[in-house]
Design a protein around this ligand. Sequence first.
Ligand SMILES: Nc1ncnc2c1ncn2[C@@H]1O[C@H](COP(=O)(O)OP(=O)(O)OP(=O)(O)O)[C@@H](O)[C@H]1O
Ligand SMILES: N[C@@H](CCO)C(=O)O
Length: 291
Amino acid sequence: MIAVRAPATSANLGSGFDVFGVALDRPADVVRVERAAETTIEVTGAGAQYIPEDPAKNTAGVVAAELGAPAHIRIDKGVRPSSGLGSSAASAAGAAVALAELYDRSLSDEELVRIAAEGEAAVSGDAHADNVAPAILGGFTVVRDDGIERVNADLSLVACLPDIVVSTRDARGVVPDSAAMSDVVDTVGSAATLVLGMCRNDPERVGRGFEEHVVTPARAALVDGYADACDAARDAGATGVTVSGAGPGVLAVCRERDQKRVAGALVGGFDDAGVDATAYRTTVGDGATIL
Ligand SMILES: Nc1ncnc2c1ncn2[C@@H]1O[C@H](COP(=O)(O)OP(=O)(O)OP(=O)(O)O)[C@@H](O)[C@H]1O
Ligand SMILES: N[C@@H](CCO)C(=O)O
């Protein structure tokens, strides 16, 4: 039996739609695999009742089929589905790393990411790799068709999960088809600032790099309480706040000394809007790890 811990991730970070992603130190899924004649899946943990155990509909089962590696797969969910914290990607990444080990396949990180992204395609309709790349490689990642860049970063983050369901499939439907040139210029400036901030472990630059005015407002409209939560987090010292992935999760960056206050402020802001929420005080984490 092989067991792998695969982390939650936050994609986009505002200015890097479908490009940027970051591994979070917590929460995480644990994926356990054993060889079997055909693939079966058992899911327990956070939101397990909403996750299909049919291998053709579960990201981990799709990965097993892609790899030609049938197994009994047990997934203990730490990352709630439809959260914006890369729940489906955590299972896909965990399965890819665990099954490659179980079947002695020597695959590069890029190959593992491509296979895990096929699992994502099965649920969201699109093989975007901005969650599975950091879930496998850890750190902050930049995903493009021609390869993946990765840097380590040391930053205090808060991931806040309101008790609302937004599926990635639905949230991709509200992304505008085009953008004004002035918004494109702003986004490029933000993205460049964010990358510098990641390389320098600088929460100010990373926070400014979250600014983006095309995709984020369309996604934020799907998240009740988003504006209240952002205002409260900024007042508490967050240097940046944005929608995590496709939402409804929210990601804040801050200085370490402000992390506890920012977490409380995000939960309080959602509460003011009548929405229950859970906050995870976290950092940039490692990728999927064999236990
Ligand atoms: N192993 C799995 N873990 C979680 N969700 C899964 C899994 N397999 C299939 N799904 C389905 O995928 C959907 C959740 O994925 P979705 O991409 O919408 O959310 P997410 O991964 O939390 O968000 P995001 O990609 O924005 O960070 C749900 O419909 C769920 O049933
Ligand atoms: N980049 C993806 C991440 C969610 O899986 C999106 O925003 O739709």
